[in-house]
Design a protein around this ligand. Sequence first.
Ligand code: FA5
Ligand code: MG
Length: 430
Amino acid sequence: MLSCSVRLSRAESTPAVLGRQSTHLDILGERYATDEITNITPAIISKLSERLHTQHGHPLSTLRALIEGHYADYTHLSSFSPLVTPFKNFDELSFPKDHPGRSVTDSYYVNKDLMLRTHTSAHEVEVFGKGETKWLLTADVYRRDEIDGSHYPVFHQMEGARIFDATPTGMKEVEEDNERLSYHLARSNIVIEDVPHLAPTNPNQPEHNPLHSELVAKNLKLSLNALMLTLFGTSNRTEPLRVRWIEAYFPFTSPSFEVEVFFRGKWLEILGSGVVRQATLDTAKVPNKLGWAFGLGLERIAMILYSIPDIRLFWSKDERFLSQFQQGAITTFKPYSKYPSCFKDVSFWLPQEANLHENDFCDLIRDVTGDLVEDVKTVDRFVHPKTNRTSLCYRINYRSMDRSLSNEEVNEIQSLVVSRLKDAFGVEIR
Ligand code: FA5
Ligand code: MG
């Protein structure tokens, strides 16, 4: 998240976010009624049918196949619709009613009963409910988010899960698997920083025997460390890969963890995971089991593996990008050129008492400019002490990945941005 954000309440945000009056939307061949919370944009609708993870030769498809190969004896799923109910995306996974992820500033809604899944965990109950005990599910997910080189409103996740019998025999199976994996990992050249499997800040669930929970959390970590080894272990880097486990929080797991990988001088978060909340398995009507789940970001991993510097490139139709990749092969991306940046600032006053969330601003930018903006930064924000009006200044970095942009062209796009901003939010340009 950018630092200077102001959250819109549902009521005041909606007309501005939507900015259009249509009573229905056509999505993936079906017609849906809109309502006062509809905020899905044409730019997003155009992405729904792409399914990059299934496009033969695309880096995301190769990465999916690589991970499926690592988990060869798991059930592999990848054909679930991105349209889900908020119940499935949130309630079934124990999200509290006031969780920020539910808000229209963070998620895309078709209407109040239908949204675009924000994570692959949305399908956990469904898949566990089918009786699957070891499975992987790959899908496109959607979030209203900031604009920079590692965030995109559409990205791809892979959910993995494994559940065991909550019996001495089941736990013996975990122990044996842990031994096998520890042996395998002892020979790797990855530097892994760990955190305790359980901690007061990352607790065991009351339903679980802490010894069982500990074994399962350890199995999760070993399983994912072995995946890291498969993915990164063979690359001919001079420095060993640095991976770290950190404590995390998710409403649907406890204990919970994230994994970060050191990439281009920064820690890049690649996945979230944890011991599955018993409520999830109860809802799925799976008795007497416990286990783990993870959700990893395919783009983030592909950026590291292929040295792809900007997340927008995954959507490129440019032959200079696509022709560099073949299905099944991990190759180092050769940038065809780095075109110059063009920075444009926009400063404005919001109407009295009104607010603007940076995700609303970023979504407007995506809708008007497509992929021509590399990042957006808040450079200034203050509230006038007398009028109580908020002043905001954003710096937009225009840079195409495929060609040079002329200053004239950027000025034209920038004026479109400004006029949309005036129409949608009633701002006064400074
Ligand atoms: C989740 O989405 C959880 N559902 C993960 C999970 C699954 C936890 C199962 C526990 C059990 P998170 O919001 O952190 O967690 O996203 C998971 C990963 O998706 C991140 O680590 C990151 O790699 C990727 N990701 C998140 N937001 C973006 C984005 N805007 N662009 C690209 N990748 C992203
Ligand atoms: Mg996260």
